[in-house]
Design a protein around this ligand. Structure first.
Ligand code: ADP
Length: 300
């Protein structure tokens, strides 16, 4: 039958039910027998569905909370292109009023307006995706795009907090299967936490490093977010992932526990390490798309 296949049985009334079948050979003096057990797993499937539904509710709630904390910067991110559109449009009006409109200049102004409008549209599109409570998607996606999307969305916030971001994205990374919104949410949380950890640092020290690459010797990609804030006491290394653990005055302590649930649901891992000099690094790894076909890629 093959392992891990979804199997269905049929009840007397003709309806289908999910089943798990175990076959065990038994060697006896009378020959080979096979013990077959057929287990109705409808309730387990139902419980799994319910757990997934609750996980998604919580993930959505936590996402909306994180975004509401960023709302000031997001409004700013929108007001920039709007201000540029207004000043460009006013310049065009002035040209026209003077009656000596230079067509080439007006064309350039209109091009600027179009590109600024697109920029604002992009911010809105990304926000809507994150705020929406949609079905969890399973897409084959590039992790570098997830990183770039999140950093673009957070640009104003990072500027406001005077955090410099270094980005090291490995080229030609294999894709992973996942929900783009939930993976963005994980990264958003890690970046927000890293910035929070650096609020007491001097401005030149507020550096964030976001890195992607292959997980050494395994068929998984890894994303790491490194900050230069305070380190995490060794005994708290696991505790930070527990729900409601927070050291922040206004923290809820849900971010990392939700992130871990999301990454586990993607068959990945999320963990933290302290850096040798200062600060902490949060890493997550995700199996590459099709890694069940036993593709193993090493880092070199
Ligand atoms: P919250 O941000 O609401 O506190 P989280 O679950 O995201 O909730 O984080 C839990 C705790 O983990 C934080 O309060 C902080 O003590 C610790 N933590 C998270 N990220 C970092 C980091 N980059 N550096 C140091 N400590 C961190």
């Amino acid at each position: 039958m093959g392992a891990g296949r979804e199997l269905f049985g049929r009840r007397k009334d003709g309806s289908e039910l999910p089943v798990e079948i175990g076959l065990n050979p038994i060697h006896t003096s009378e020959g080979l027998f096979v013990l077959a057990s057929i287990i109705d797993i409808s309730e387990r499937k139902q419980a799994e569905l319910e757990a997934a539904r609750q996980r998604n509710e919580l993930a959505h709630l936590s996402r909306v909370t994180t975004l509401s904390e960023l709302s000031g910067s997001l409004a700013h991110e929108l007001s920039l292109p709007l201000a540029a559109i207004l000043s460009n449009a006013q310049a065009a009006q002035r040209f026209l009023a003077r009656g000596d409109a230079n067509l080439a200049e007006v064309r350039e102004i209109l091009n600027d307006i179009v590109s600024e409008d697109k920029r604002a549209g992009e911010v809105i599109r990304r926000l809507r995706l994150l705020l929406k409570k949609g079905e969890v998607q399973q897409h084959s996606l590039g992790i570098n795009e997830v990183v770039q999307d999140v950093l673009r969305l957070m640009r104003s916030d990072l500027v406001n907090q005077r955090v410099t971001v270094d980005i090291e994205l490995a080229q030609n990374l294999p894709t992973v299967m996942g929900d783009p919104v939930q993976l963005q949410q994980v990264l958003l949380n890690l970046v927000v936490n890293a910035c929070d950890a650096m609020t007491d640092c001097d401005t030149p020290e507020r550096r964030l490093l976001v890195r992607t690459g292959m997980e050494n010797g395994s068929s998984a990609v890894r994303v790491s977010v490194t900050d230069r804030g305070g380190s995490i006491p060794e005994e708290k290394m696991e505790q930070v992932f527990e729900p409601f653990f927070t050291t922040k005055a206004k923290g809820m302590g849900l971010g990392l526990s939700v992130c871990r649930t999301i990454i586990s649901a993607h068959q990945g891992k999320l963990w933290a390490t302290n850096n040798p000099d200062c600060g902490a690094t949060f890493h997550f790894s995700l199996p590459i798309d099709g890694s069940d076909k036993e593709v193993v890629i090493t880092d070199n």
